[in-house]
Design a protein around this ligand. Structure first.
Ligand SMILES: [Zn+2]
Length: 190
């Protein structure tokens, strides 16, 4: 991995953070708490605490950070792409009309990943995944898609949150030497 793009990831972080804060703020009045939406299977899968803080915004175009403008043209294809959904911290944005429980489940996997990594580490690991793999094969996405498949086939692991957290730690431990260089030990320890 070129040091140059990792450097640009770090430079972009504050701008992406501001963009996320503004986006979430701007839609706060339309965000609905997931536990109130009557998806009974989600209640079987995730602890109540996760569903009480996770929020969904239905939107006519799923937003993506303005990566081209902030110096990450390698990710520009993601801006053009029409996504079903995207998660920022506890809030996910879903394409209007997409109400399948499986899609909600997928984004809730991302909510748990975000909680585990925090904003900076999530964005660094996610960004590295996107420049290293095709979108659906990027590690944090691959986990969400695989678990979504298990959800739809009713073959989920018993201790779902723990499985997500451990998988997320593994992804981070893989990413950290590249995204942090050798200065910081590669373990979130949360
Ligand atoms: Zn996803």
């Amino acid at each position: 991995m070129e040091a140059d793009i990792i450097h640009r990831f770090h430079t972009a972080l504050p701008q992406v953070r501001d963009w996320i804060d503004q986006l979430v703020d701007a839609h706060a009045d339309r965000a609905r708490v997931v536990s109130t939406l009557g998806f009974s299977r989600l209640l079987d899968c995730f602890p109540r605490e996760v569903l009480d803080r996770a929020k969904v915004v239905s939107i006519n175009r799923v937003p993506f950070p303005p990566v081209k403008k902030i110096g990450l043209p390698e990710l520009a294809a993601m801006e053009e792409r029409s996504l079903d959904g995207i998660t920022f911290r506890d809030t996910f944005f879903l394409q209007e009309g997409l109400a399948s429980e499986g899609v909600y489940f997928h984004e809730l996997v991302h909510v748990v990943q975000w909680t585990r990594l925090g904003l900076e580490n999530f964005l660094l690991a996610y960004g590295l995944g996107l420049v290293s793999f095709e979108y659906a094969q990027s590690p944090l996405e691959r986990m969400a898609y695989e678990l979504q498949k298990n959800f739809e086939r009713d073959t989920l692991p018993r201790d779902l949150v723990r499985v997500i957290e451990e998988g997320t730690d593994d992804i981070w431990n893989q990413a950290a030497p590249t995204v942090l260089g050798s200065k910081v030990p590669p373990n979130p320890q949360r």
